[in-house]
Design a protein around this ligand. Sequence first.
Ligand code: GAL
Length: 847
Amino acid sequence: MSPGRLTPSPKPSFFLFAIVALLFCQSSAAANSAPSSNQLFNDSWLFHSGEHSSARFPETDDSSWRKLRLPHDAAIEGPFSSKNESRSGSLPSSGVFWYRKHFALPLTDREQNVTLCFEGAMSNSRVWINGHFLGERPNGYIGFEYDVTRYIRFGENANNVIAVRLEQEDLSSRWYPGAGLYRDVRLKVRSPIHLPSDGIYITTPVVSDQWSEVDVRAEVANTTSSPAQVTVEHRVFGPDGRIVGQSSIQAKVNTSDKLQTSANLSIANPLRWEPDAPHLYRLETRVRRDGKVVDVGETTFGIRTIEFSASDGFLLNGVRTQIKGVCLHHDLGPLGAAINRSALERRLEILKEMGTNAVRTSHNPPSPQLLDLCDEMGLLVQVEAFDAWEQAKVENSYSKHFPDWYEQDLRAMIRRDRNHPSVFMWSIGNEILEQTDPQKGPLIAKTLNDICHEEDPTRPTTACFNYYPDPVVNGLAAEVDVVGLNYHPASYQDLLERHPDWIVYGSETASTVSSRGVYHLPIEKYDSHPSHQITSYDIIGPAWAYPPDIEFHFQETNPRVIGEFIWTGFDYIGEPTPFAWDEHKSGGAWPSRSSYFGAIDLCGFPKDRYYLYKSQWNSQPLVHLLPHWNWDASKGETIPVYAFSNCEEVELIANGKSLGRRKVGVDTTPIPVNFYNSDLEVFESKYRLRWDVPYVPGAVKAIGYSDGEIVSEDSIKTAGPAHSLELQLEDGRIHNDGYDLAFVQVHVVDKDGNLCPLADNAVEFEVFGPGEIAAVGNGDPATAEPFTASERKTFNGLCLAIIRGDVGQSGVIQVRAKSIGLESDLVEIQLAPRLAPVDGMTYRSDN
Ligand code: GAL
């Protein structure tokens, strides 16, 4: 354990030599004239599901294989089946999957270095090119690459064949892993003297309002047979695109070697990266040989300070910042695990709106897109490496490979991600079972911790512990810089008293479960429910869980705790707790196949819990009312009405009559709980207000007051019979790169436009023009309806269609939704070219 403030990276003393010239100038960024290319290599792959004895041989006939574009999730089309493990999503993600790709490179590239890069392949990949075996990589979440130069046949007519075999065993994941080549593949064609992947490391050892020191370590690779004298030039572009610093270094790179160069730049009046203003800088690195530019690389970075101290908590740019975080699994709901930047961006926007300032990539390395977006949107990220070490949680997990691969995988993760300003902690493990092993636990923790510090001394390490107090007592927790407790909020005080110098946070909190729009009466604690839905009164969770209210309470009463990551931001596929997923193979949870843990459902529709967090994490005035007001069956009964609010007072008005005001943070609501090590059965929550309202159809309205003024309102109304579909297009304009997506919400409404909160109408979608349906969904965690379809039932009034534009086409995509007996609706999406590449890379066209 190394408590206290974290120091920036030490100055490296081992670099060969560096002549640094520091200049400031005001010119704008020059056009990039990169001679190298780093192209997306996602098009025209061929796919075969199942084993194939000759797929690795180039001459194999693959004419009947399915042609597709990556990223591709090989399991998301389903079908859902009770025979598949519900824990990993009841989808066919186990098995063998093959991909092949034919391609040609021009003769003019024959002196170049060619590298094939996978940003992740699920899982146990084995790769061949032109029949030559390149290597294997068990971990499905780690990026890896192969230098394929010597195997390539150059020439427009030469046929190069890549073959990838993936294999996923049953019982290999605790959640839905996805399957296939679910992240981007790239082909880098670079000069033999070039900047190798992940070879640039930028730190900012000194940051003040007046200036910032920027250290750049840049590797240069020489794959030629003679030493090379090179010049490495760095230019830093500020957030406004102007050059704010530059340097030039000369170095000699030996044959077949990599040289690490070092440069030190200064930036005047730096603009900090912070959540509300995530200013980003861009480093352009050019390698010259004999005056000629042979390679150019771009690296985005930010200038910010992070400090962790037992007394002051977590300070971002010197300001105490409480972590209001969410844990996220990597799937994107109906789209599955196939990475998609626009779907991810939508998710992060919804989370920011809730007041989230941090994401934990539970329990694996994320996609590069996640970190790019968090940099751009001002979200902090805890990047997590492992869910298990040597002791497996599921029979066929990565644990089998951990002893052979942990070092390579951990180093690869950190090298790829260490320039992102959003990344503020490295997690070496989640609930590892070695927590109870006083020998192995601390030993492995130390080894992993040392690797993290070696690769990146600027960020603290952490691990997330659930067996309190074992890892605290046996020395394991002392090996990491920041101690995460999963659940056990009632133990914060004990932990802090035992270790007053430790930095502690709730690495996983709440684990409350619910189905959007479902309310069971009376409000009572249950373990699971015969309907396979869970009430949104937000009081249900597994034995280790706590309602958000209790977590708020313990955060508040232990101000030294630096925040929490809730389990989870979004629902995810798999782990349908509280239904019996552990009866794997026997379909114990069927048809429950996705989680109930999210504050937001699988389609991005907020649940009530979203507003409970929003009321605590966001200062904009808010009142949110629940449940709905369609209780025909219960006429005359009394309905508990909750309000979540951050106003000073809330008044409830039912059908025009005031039911009185309640004071937020003062008046309490009893909520039933059952949590570890306590006799407490009811928790008096000051985080929600309750009125018991006799049910009469009509309207219930909540008015939020602060300083005597009305600052927010919410109402629930009795909806009449379903009358029409109403489409809401979240963004009416998408790009025609084939990746950008439009999200079309379907609301079933009555004749006055009120949402019918119980509607489950079957909706059929039609798409006209240059687009197609990428997926559909409705947020129901217990249905076997496929995500890849053109129809969907609404779940409590809502469903979603996700639309993709045709590559290279422009024009209007019309989406019509119809349902028997209801008026249909239509929206128009504009499809247009993207003017600049998304990630600032220089592309050759994607073949
Ligand atoms: C935790 C675990 C998570 C998830 C969660 C559900 O113990 O770390 O991955 O399983 O429980 O409550």
